[in-house]
Design a protein around this ligand. Structure first.
Ligand SMILES: Cc1cc2nc3c(=O)[nH]c(=O)nc-3n(C[C@H](O)[C@H](O)[C@H](O)COP(=O)(O)O)c2cc1C
Length: 326
């Protein structure tokens, strides 16, 4: 329990550091080129960006990706994110609620979140790896009720679990566990990676199991394999992380492929979305909405206003990118 808490706190520090180190790295979004439309016939300011997602209306097609579900620093981060999401009319996912459930306390994740964000879609979050053995049906329902969530995100992070010290290495039977949750929960289930992407084959299996939306969370942004390597002094783990550091499906590829094969499934494009132009490219490839985690983390540690500024800049780039492309 203390170890999980420490890992979560380390993740915040290391992702902030990774973002500084990676500022100049290439992005798979640079390979996606939109065709310029010299005669858009649009009024940029009135270009409607609102969208419906899982039965709820979003004023902008943005979701704040799951990051922190716990206490201390996380509570402040979640407060800034939730207040900004409420003002912007966008959705927000909380980070894993594993600690909150294991500690049988709220650990910063009570209906407080609903005080800051009474109206927006909020998404609960649990790891697939813990669904089979660690949590009962009532635990999963509790995670949803704890924040009056509109949906449950189940995160799939097999590579991270396989590499990390004491990770969950037995992934046998997890599709059945997901199918079970989809059947008994009365809110929709979203399946999401954490930065390695979801293939068409995996997306199809998840949809057949009852999952209602796929968040590809692809390669190109926050990289938990590098983060885990930095957290540990174990040379074997670091060597393993080194050979898997470029593993995964790039976000644009995952979005394009899933949209081609599963035309009706709502798709969230996330993983390495840097700015509004990447967001415009993702929408053009077929994503319904865009999500970000790492890029908004620094702002979230500081203030609600900085989170608002971040998304206002995202909106400008998205608006121009969509209006100027064919
Ligand atoms: C500090 C931090 C903590 C995270 N914790 C979770 C988590 O608890 N559950 C989850 O589903 N994803 C978690 N993620 C993964 C993100 O939701 C997202 O999928 C990933 O960072 C890729 O998006 P990005 O490139 O915009 O950061 C976390 C990401 C960050 C940066």
């Amino acid at each position: 329990m203390t170890e999980i808490l420490k890992r979560k706190t380390d993740h915040i520090e290391l992702v902030l550091k990774q973002r500084l180190d990676a500022a100049e790295e290439k992005s798979p979004w640079d390979q996606v080129i939109l065709t310029h439309n010299a005669l858009p016939e649009e009024d940029l300011r009135n270009f409607d960006l609102s969208t419906e997602f899982l039965g709820r209306q979003l004023k902008l097609p943005f979701i704040i990706s799951s990051m922190t579900g716990g206490p201390f620093k996380a509570e402040k981060i979640n407060a800034h994110l939730a207040e900004a999401a409420q003002e912007l009319g966008i959705a927000m996912g909380v980070g894993s609620q594993r600690i909150a459930l294991l500690s049988e306390g709220d650990n910063g994740l009570t209906n407080n979140l609903r005080k800051w964000a009474p109206d927006i879609p909020l998404y609960a979050n649990l790891g697939a790896a813990q669904l089979r053995d660690d949590f009962s049906q009532s635990d999963v329902q509790k995670a949803v009720e704890m924040i009056a969530a509109d949906a449950l995100i189940i995160h799939l992070n097999c590579l991270q679990e396989f590499i990390q010290k004491d990770g969950d290495t037995n992934w046998h039977g997890l599709l059945d566990a997901i199918e079970n949750v989809c059947a008994y929960l009365d809110v929709p289930v979203i399946a999401k990676e954490v930065g390695m992407g979801i293939s068409v084959g995996t997306a199809s299996r998840l949809v057949n199991a009852g999952v209602k939306a796929i968040d590809v969370a692809g390669k190109g942004g926050t990289n938990f394999i590098k983060v885990e390597a930095e957290r540990n002094n174990d040379p074997r783990l670091q060597a393993l992380a080194e050979i898997f550091k470029d593993w995964g499906i790039a976000t644009p590829d995952a979005v394009r492929d899933i949209r081609a094969d599963l035309p009706d499934i709502p798709v969230i494009a996330s993983g390495g979305i840097r700015h509004g132009l990447d967001a415009a490219k993702a929408i053009k490839l077929g994503a319904n909405v865009i999500a970000q985690a790492g890029p908004v983390l620094r702002a979230a540690t500081e203030s609600t206003q900085l989170v608002l500024d971040h998304f206002e800049f995202m909106e400008s780039g998205l608006r121009i990118g969509l209006a100027c492309s064919e």
